[in-house]
Design a protein around this ligand. Structure first.
Ligand code: PLP
Length: 388
């Protein structure tokens, strides 16, 4: 179905931060499959993890113990606030479960009226019926029939509206600590702390969607760690698979208390191939030296981008973001600049508010960061020439 506006490029090979097209041209991939190829294309360590598992068992039903699934779950529980994990195949499936789990939690605690999920305008949680209802945006729900009920959207950064929205009917507050599709907007630390307090006061669960900002992207294993607060549950996907489809909901034992035998399931969720790769990804990224690298190159990339804003004031307005989840604010339509990027040999991803997203592989080197800035500089020159 023609649901995508695809760029007229076809890639045949990848290596690290580079992609090669069928015409032999090389592009620097700063989108990384939208924060998915967290350790670059064709990473030899991940190829080994995948092929080793592939030669043993591809698939096992969740009717049985799945070794790599247990290993990945143990790693995640060890490294985070969570006591328990459910594996999905995508971020949107993680959203489905987070919503179900929050409602079931309150239902089983004798508060079946607590069904509302409070979300934030501009948010993105996926494309399932629950996830588009969470977004509430007309472009997401328009034409898709009865919108799943029980979602309440609050304007971005409107603290009064938020306080009014969280009531004794609220099951959970759902938020991206760094909003991705919505334009790389970092929720300030004190706001995440305030949200934690608000949820504690009202008994609502706090659910973080770290599908895009998690797994090392901001220079901590998870973005919320910067604020020093823990959620009750968290959605993960994208970068955790390094390119292999996998998602998860992490939760405290208390938040997941309603999810007993028979309440949820998935055929492929927690598949051995996915979990073998995911366990290797987490092993590599959950490492102080590796995360230090992300912070260092993220800082360097940010500096380079600030330089581009200074040298191209008619094209760029500013820089936002955290770690290697950066947004370059564009004064021209973001989609137009992305096309100029292709001409220059660099791949960026547009986001809302005409923000150009940079989500490169986390193992990008300092030299590659400098090369990335040079390519974006070239694209900005092309843009300025075209405007003459
Ligand atoms: C991409 C994304 C999702 C949806 O993930 P899919 O794997 O595409 O279903 C959910 N939340 C956020 C923050 C995302 O960036």
């Amino acid at each position: 179905m023609p649901t995508y506006a695809r760029a007229p490029m076809s890639f045949v090979k990848g290596e690290g931060v580079w992609l090669e097209a069928d015409d032999g041209r090389r592009y620097m991939d700063l989108g990384a499959g939208i924060a998915v190829n967290s350790l670059g294309h064709a990473n030899p360590v991940l190829i080994e993890a995948l092929t080793e598992q592939a030669s043993k068992i591809w698939h096992l039903s969740n009717l049985y113990e799945i070794g790599p699934q247990g290993e990945l779950a143990d790693r995640l529980v060890e490294a985070t606030f969570a006591d328990t994990v459910f594996f999905t195949n995508s971020g949107t499936e993680a959203c489905e479960l987070a919503v179900k789990m929050a409602r079931k939690h309150h239902h089983d605690k004798g508060a079946p009226e607590r069904v509302e999920i409070v979300t934030f305008e501009g948010c993105f949680h996926g494309r399932s019926s629950a996830a588009i209802a969470a977004s509430g945006a007309e472009k997401m729900v328009g034409g898709f029939g009865p919108v799943l009920g029980g979602f309440v959207q609050v304007p971005w950064a409107d603290h009064d509206a938020l306080r009014a929205a969280v009531t004794d009917r609220t099951a959970a507050v759902l938020i991206e600590p760094v909003m991705g599709e919505g334009g790389i907007k970092v929720v300030p630390d004190h706001c995440l702390k305030g949200l934690r307090d608000l949820c504690d006061e009202t008994g609502a669960l706090l659910v973080f969607d770290e599908v895009q900002c998690g797994v090392g992207r901001t220079g901590k294993l998870f973005a919320h760690e910067w604020a020093g607060v823990s959620p009750d549950a968290m959605m993960v996907a994208k970068g955790i698979g390094g390119g292999f489809p996998i998602g998860a909901v992490l939760a405290t034992e208390a938040a997941a208390s309603g999810m007993v035998v028979g309440t949820h399931g998935s055929t492929y969720g927690g598949n051995p191939l996915a979990c073998a790769v995911g366990a290797k990804v987490v092993e590599i990224i959950d490492d102080e030296e590796f995360l230090g690298h992300v912070r260092r190159v993220g800082g360097r990339l940010r500096q380079r981008l600030e330089g581009l804003v200074a040298s191209h004031p008619k094209v760029f307005a500013g820089v936002r973001g955290s770690g290697l989840m950066l947004g370059l604010e564009s004064r021209v339509p973001a989609g137009d600049f992305v096309k100029k990027g292709f001409e220059a040999g660099v791949m960026l991803v547009p986001a809302a508010e005409d923000v150009l997203r940079l989500l490169p592989p986390l193992n990008i080197t300092e030299d590659e960061v400098d090369a990335a800035a040079a390519l974006i500089d070239e694209a900005a020159n092309l843009m300025e020439e075209a405007a003459k």
